[in-house]
Design a protein around this ligand. Structure first.
Ligand code: PLP
Length: 376
């Protein structure tokens, strides 16, 4: 049987990882500024994480949501404490798309409405409603096309308020990434997030903060939406939550009430996934990784801004993007081939940096030196 060929891959076979370093099958070492697409939060093969997940695996990995799973309660408590959303509720699933799917579905159940407001350049996943709320027609199958989703311009407060003025009573939810990832590292302005909070409160719509890529401490705060100083009604999580173990979740404001069978999943919240997510939170807290993301993010941004050929250096914490000029369009390829550094990209010309939250000065300097060498 052949693999279904949907991924253009680099010709590299990785056999080992540790912290921000990766080794291939020929023994070559690479520096990781991609984090497997923002998934690696506490570093590859983090020893504490490995120990906690292994210990759980030796006890029990999975049993269904039909029995008590105290690890879920422990995770909800820890997540509430580390994120500061202690009075919210947690529903666990397996991926980012599933988190957004459940969030929008829950908003529709809660409001009994159908319209979803999303934004230009958004990416929310590949399942039916998540992909319909993603601003990329090429990945929306005919069966996923719907008039229930409307795309407004990002960071345009007037357009948002005008839309709500006319259609507010039909809107179930507004869904927005605090920092657009796939769309090219576009930071939602504080006043725009505050305006979303206002229109949602005024018109009884649900504010969904897609934190799948920009959450879990990556921005320097637990949620990048926290920079606006307002609460969303639902936060969606995945990627960094399990440091590579598949787990997602939504955290839900107290006014949205649960009822049996409203949401459900077979694998979501299994013992092993909860152990992985707890290990991640314990490391983020114990090692002060949000503070490190802020510090190293500021350092990297300053260094990048000093490289005159790079344009529009932007982001927060360790979610950074910059535009590469046409004259250096092979930068990403060269960083990997010549300097053995993994970075991310966004079409057409953005380099995205999404390293582990515990990367240090040594790693930052190696990246900056490599970029400078490429710029001459
Ligand atoms: C902001 C955002 N939301 C949702 C998703 C979908 O997550 P998953 O691939 O785990 O379904 C992604 C994935 O890149 C994302 O960046």
């Amino acid at each position: 049987m052949d693999l279904f060929d949907v991924y253009p891959v680099n010709d590299i076979t990785i056999v080992k990882g540790l912290g921000s370093y990766i080794w291939d099958d020929a023994g070559n070492e690479y520096l990781d500024f991609y984090g497997g697409h923002a998934v690696i939060s506490v570093g590859l093969t983090n020893p504490y994480y490995v120990k906690r997940v292994t210990a759980q695996l030796n006890k029990i990995a999975f049993y269904s949501n039909s029995i008590k799973i105290p690890l879920q309660v422990e995770l909800a408590e820890k997540l509430g404490q580390v994120s500061g959303k202690e009075d919210f509720q947690l529903f666990l699933c397996n991926s980012g798309a599933e988190a957004n799917e459940n969030a929008m579905k829950l908003a529709s159940f809660h409001t009994r409405r159908k319209k979803i407001v999303a934004f230009k350049k958004s990416f929310h996943g590949r399942t039916s409603l998540a992909v319909a709320a993603t601003d990329n027609p090429s990945i929306i199958a005919p069966v996923n096309e719907t008039d229930n989703v409307v795309f407004l311009p990002f960071n345009d407060q007037d357009a948002l308020e005008d839309y709500f003025q006319e259609h507010g009573r039909d809107v179930a939810a507004v869904i927005i990434e605090g920092i657009q990832g796939v769309g090219g590292i576009n930071v939602a302005e504080v006043r725009f997030l505050q305006a979303i909070r206002n229109v949602c409160s005024e018109h009884g719509a649900v504010y969904i903060a897609d934190s799948v890529q920009c959450g879990y401490g990556r921005s320097g705060k637990f949620f990048s939406h926290d920079f606006a100083g307002v609460n969303a009604d639902i936060y969606t999580l995945a990627k960094g939550m399990g440091n590579g173990f598949p787990i997602g979740g939504i955290i839900i404001a107290p006014e949205i009430k649960a009822k049996y069978s409203l949401l459900g999943t077979t694998f979501g919240g299994n013992h092993l996934a909860c152990a992985a997510a707890l290990a991640v939170l314990e490391i983020i807290e114990g090692e002060g990784l949000m503070a490190n993301a802020e510090k190293m993010g500021n350092y990297l941004m300053d260094q990048l801004k000093a490289i005159k050929q790079l344009e529009n250096v932007r982001g927060r914490g360790l979610m950074i993007g910059f535009d590469v000029p046409e004259s250096h369009k092979d930068l990403k390829k060269n960083l990997l081939a010549k300097h053995r550094i993994f970075t991310g990209e966004a079409k057409p010309n953005v380099i995205r940096l999404l390293p582990a939250l515990n990367m240090g000065r040594k790693e930052a300097d190696r990246l900056i030196e490599a970029i400078k060498e490429e710029m001459v």
